[in-house]
Design a binder for this molecule. Sequence first.
Ligand code: FE2
Ligand code: FE2
Length: 286
Amino acid sequence: MIIAQITDLHVRPPGRLAYERVDTNAMLRAAVAALMKLERRPDVVLASGDLTDCGLLEEYETLRELLAPLSIPVYLVPGNHDRRENMRAIFYADGYLPADGAFLHYVIDDQPVRLIGLDTVIPGEGYGLMCPQRLAWLEEQLAREPGEPTVIFMHHPPFLTGLTDMDRINCRGGDQMADIVARFPNVERVLCGHHHRPIQTRWAGTLASVAPSTAHQVVLDLQPDHSPTMFNLEPPAYQLHVWSPYTGLVSHTAYVNDFAGPYPFVLDPDYPGHQQAEAIPAEAAE
Ligand SMILES: [Fe+2]
Ligand SMILES: [Fe+2]
């Protein structure tokens, strides 16, 4: 099974740029085209928040059009740039978002890996929160299938990254969430967005990560007292999380743009590693 993760799409109304500079719609179109071109197609796509830039109905309508070429299921969770009511209005018909209730949480359990989408949004705030109600919901879902390989995806990272200005608006309640997740070794990953960079850490006994954006990236600035977050136009990217019972979940970062190559590895006669490599077990490719 391949889980594609796209994040921080920041879709705008047609013809409008994000931050007066970034053509996020064109960049998402390119990302969707890149996913469609993969020789081994993903089974599902997760979009981990900041789906739109301002949460406008028109932006969700545009998002729907931009995602339409994907003929595979796409599961969305909101970020701080989203508005639940507008997101629900445009995407409820897809059948996985809850009809009512305060949060856009859900579980997808018709795949080899169970997918838990978490809504960390606090309307009007940049930071996110796992409040007691959300923690209880997550614990209940995890306790229901304690042996199933499971991926949690959410917008705000519940861990610190060293990007201090972004960390001020991460997911609060992370320690309480970690206490719960640590009790379920079947949680293969906690997949996040929000920080617009590829980041990994060991967290709550599992691996937690942030995927790069399909649009603009956050400048890598690890100074402890660094001033306001800036963005740049490093290569847009997405991640492929590949799962088999044999390997567990293995994560790859892939770039949207085309680059020179591919080229064959023409080995120099002086290369010291000419021995025949051992075959990979067939189960690894399932
Ligand atoms: Fe974002
Ligand atoms: Fe965000």
